[in-house]
Design a protein around this ligand. Structure first.
Ligand code: GDG
Length: 733
């Protein structure tokens, strides 16, 4: 069986299978945004496989038909995932289109949360993951598309740990306030986080996603990236484009020209307003009709001079909500036509059917105005196709503020789709816009769309996916493998003199909710390890911590250790504690009242006072409040410490304010100077430990706990891993 290097996975394949009246299988290209976008990708990708549902229920097929479909689709580079009628009903029409679709488009009251939907969604995502596993090479790049398959990235991650997994969401990602209404919201987020790269059409969707992961999973993003289980997940914005050049070329094809001729003959000088979408409640078709009605009412001079051509493409016709919407639309169309039509003029020409793309293109090329007014839309390709179809002939696009496309098309006439008056006014503005202005606006939009077309979009995504994977691989190279660990143990055993620098919180002991020393006492098993290590021959053990002296004294008073407190402000050798000569007291007097004032109005926040530092702890502050408070606190403190030797440092849920000259690097350098050690080891978990790693010789063994980038040579995932390593060292004697 072939092992593919690149796999695209989507709910539907770009080729649909159906049976005609005679029962024969018929293969045809699928319509819809994704199929349109991805169909231009195929060229020269011999190793690419597209996995998806072929559009027909498996209950309707004999086993001979199954094989015939599989064989034929293979010729198009596709592999079919067969679904039963019940799965289609509960997974596709149910969870995908009766739960996620309405909720993600902010139609909260249309969303149904049914357990049987969710069960089917899980079951089908699993079926897809098995198909991927069957065909993917171990290091395959797998691109999963859209809201039907949000659990798939994590399933693939488990089945193919070495694969690069990308996910692209074609619909909006809603505000976390909406997203959190889903009963299984965490499961969906974790499903998505199996990917290396998650793409969205516009920045707002990425922002909503990250605020959901923050609020529901407590994961904080840095520059759009999250870390989960030691793995980085990147989010980014990729506004999907159209196949601009292909559209421009198709405009001069015989088919499009023939269609245009028919339209010219029929409509002559009448201005055409085009409305074209899948028949979906998110597209705002009803309010568009109401706006058109208002326009007719208020502008009788346009009677017989304009026509609205409305194409409603059948979609999800089995779903009740869609049947009801179709009825309302058709009633409204007949009401408007009934009220305004004359023997020689019908204001709205309405069609409910699939239309060949050449006809669509001809209509777009002919339309003086395109009316694209979705209530909510991930991107909206129809708006972009209209711009491409209007070469050198002006035209006006009326575009909803709620469509993702609006970010790239600011020259369109923007409307709020719920404000019928504003749509009606925009229709008038479009019909009366001077040609020169039309051309100017069109050219600006055409230039943008021809640059970032669908090929660039796909290439950009795949390139970013490869980059994300490379970064991950580099990080994995630092993973402390069994053989690297053994080398550390051997070097320890063979050395004449040893020195070890160990950070405490986050390295030897997991974080606790409070800075209170009594809450972070070392366990007896940890003390045992440290004791044994300290008593190894010719071994100096130094605890290098940000904690105050009294905490370290309390915990380690019976052990022969070197202690460093407050990141180096205090050092305790055999002779007792020695303090840095730096005087922090004047700064403290100035800064402490501010920190206290902030703490008073920030539930959960704490201020810790050390001799040479002040620390703002926000571990127990609700995440978004913490974000806002930290920003304003930092701003205020920066102002006061500008032009001084005091720095503000962001650690793990803390801000620490201390003299810049006090850092672990300085003290470790001094301690090392006096040591004859030929084995040097350091372990730490946060930015304060980086200064320590930096000053150590390259022969030193340095280990970071955690996955953020580091100059340590090795990385481990947990405190337990460090303890296990120290235990192995102890066992050398
Ligand atoms: C989803 C998101 C996002 C339509 N009817 C026919 C037909 N089409 C083509 C259009 C256009 C595409 O389908 C529709 O794309 P949209 O973007 O407008 O909308 P969705 O189907 O809802 O797509 C959307 C998109 O994914 C891509 O990420 O933009 O926000 O909802 O290309 O021309 N094509 C043919 N016959 C039809 O009857 N041949």
């Amino acid at each position: 069986m072939a092992a593919y290097k690149c796999i695209v996975v989507s709910n539907r394949l770009p080729v649909s299978v159906a049976k005609d009246e005679t029962g024969a299988l018929v293969f045809s290209p699928s319509s819809g945004g994704l199929a349109t976008a991805m169909s231009s990708l195929g060229d020269g990708q011999a190793e690419k496989l597209w996995i998806g549902w072929p559009g027909i229920a498996s209950d309707d097929l004999t086993s001979a038909e199954h094989s015939a479909i599989t064989k034929k689709l293979r010729k198009f580079g596709c592999y079919p995932v067969f679904l039963t009628r019940s799965q289609i009903n509960l997974f596709y029409e149910g969870y995908a289109n009766d739960t996620i679709w309405p909720l993600f488009h902010y139609f909260q009251s249309r969303a149904f949360f049914k357990d049987e939907y969710l069960q089917a969604y899980k079951e089908v995502n699993l079926i897809y993951s098995k198909a991927v596993k069957r065909y993917a090479a171990e290091d395959c790049a797998i691109w999963v598309h859209d809201y039907h398959l949000m659990l798939l990235p994590n399933l693939i991650r488990a089945a193919l740990p070495r694969a690069s997994v990308g996910f692209f969401l074609h619909i909006p990602f809603p505000s976390s306030e909406i997203f959190r209404l889903l009963p299984n919201r965490r499961e969906l987020l974790l499903g998505l986080l199996g990917a290396d790269l998650i793409g969205f059409h516009v920045y707002d969707y990425a922002r909503h996603f990250l605020s959901s992961t923050l609020r529901l999973l407590g994961l904080e993003a840095r520059n759009g990236s999250l870390t989960i289980d030691g793995r980085m997940v990147k989010t980014d914005v990729f506004p999907i484009g159209i196949d601009y050049q292909k559209i421009v070329m198709q405009l001069s094809s015989n088919e499009v020209q023939c269609e245009l001729k028919i339209l010219d003959e029929h409509y002559k000088d009448r201005k055409i307003i085009l409305s074209m979408d899948r028949l979906d409640y998110s597209k705002g078709i009803l309010s568009r009709l109401q706006a058109f009605e208002l326009f007719l009412k208020e502008n009788p001079k346009y009677f017989k001079k304009i026509s609205l051509i409305m194409i409603a493409v059948p979609s999800r016709t089995e779903v009740e909500a869609y049947k009801a919407l179709r009825e309302s639309i058709e009633k409204t169309v007949s009401r408007i036509n009934g009220a305004y039509a004359t023997v020689d003029w019908t204001p709205i020409s309405y069609q409910f059917k699939n239309v060949p793309f050449e006809q669509i293109l001809a209509l777009q090329a002919k339309a003086d105005v395109a009316l694209v007014t979705p209530l909510r839309d991930g991107m909206n390709l129809v708006a972009k196709e209209y711009i491409a179809a209007r070469q050198k002939c002006g035209g006006a696009l009326i575009l909803s503020e709620m469509a993702g496309a609006v970010d790239e098309l600011p020259e369109a006439l923007q409307i709020n789709p719920n404000d019928t008056k504003s749509i009606s006014r925009a229709i008038k503005q479009a019909l009366t816009m001077p040609k020169s202005e039309q051309l100017q606006r069109m050219q600006a939009m055409q230039q943008r769309l021809s640059g970032y077309d669908v090929k660039r979009w796909a290439a950009d995504f795949l390139e970013q996916l490869a980059n994300a994977k490379n970064i991950q691989t580099k990080r994995n190279n630092k993973k402390l493998t069994a053989s690297k660990r053994q080398k550390i143990v051997n070097d320890f055993a063979n050395a004449d003199r040893r020195i070890l620098f160990l950070d405490y919180d986050g390295t030897l002991r997991s974080f606790v909710n409070s800075p209170d020393a009594s809450k972070a006492m070392p366990s007896s098993s940890l003390l045992q390890i440290l004791q044994k290590l300290a008593f190894c021959p010719n071994t100096d053990l130094c605890i290098v911590s940000g904690r105050p002296r009294d905490a370290l004294d309390m915990w380690f008073k019976d052990l022969p250790l070197t202690l460093v407190a407050e990141h180096g402000a205090w050092t305790k050798l055999r002779s007792g504690w020695a303090k840095t000569p730096l005087d922090f007291a004047p700064h403290k007097r100035k800064l402490l009242p501010i920190l206290r004032h902030y703490a008073e109005r920030t539930p959960g926040a704490l201020v810790e006072e050390k001799t040479c530092a002040l620390v703002w702890h926000y571990r127990n502050v609700p995440t978004e409040l913490a974000y806002v408070r930290n920003a304003s606190l930092q701003h205020e403190l920066q102002r006061l410490v500008a032009d001084t030797d005091i720095g503000i440092y962001a650690g793990d849920k803390i801000l620490e304010i201390k003299p810049r000259a006090i850092h672990k690097g300085n003290v470790v350098r001094e301690l090392l100077k006096d040591s004859q050690a030929d084995f040097v080891f350091a372990a730490g978990d946060d930015y304060t430990d980086e200064s320590m790693f930096e000053v150590l010789p390259s022969s030193a063994h340095t280990v970071k706990v955690g996955s953020n980038s580091t100059c340590a040579h090795h990385q481990v995932n947990s405190v337990e891993a460090i303890r296990a390593l120290l235990r192995s060292l102890v066992r050398c004697f």
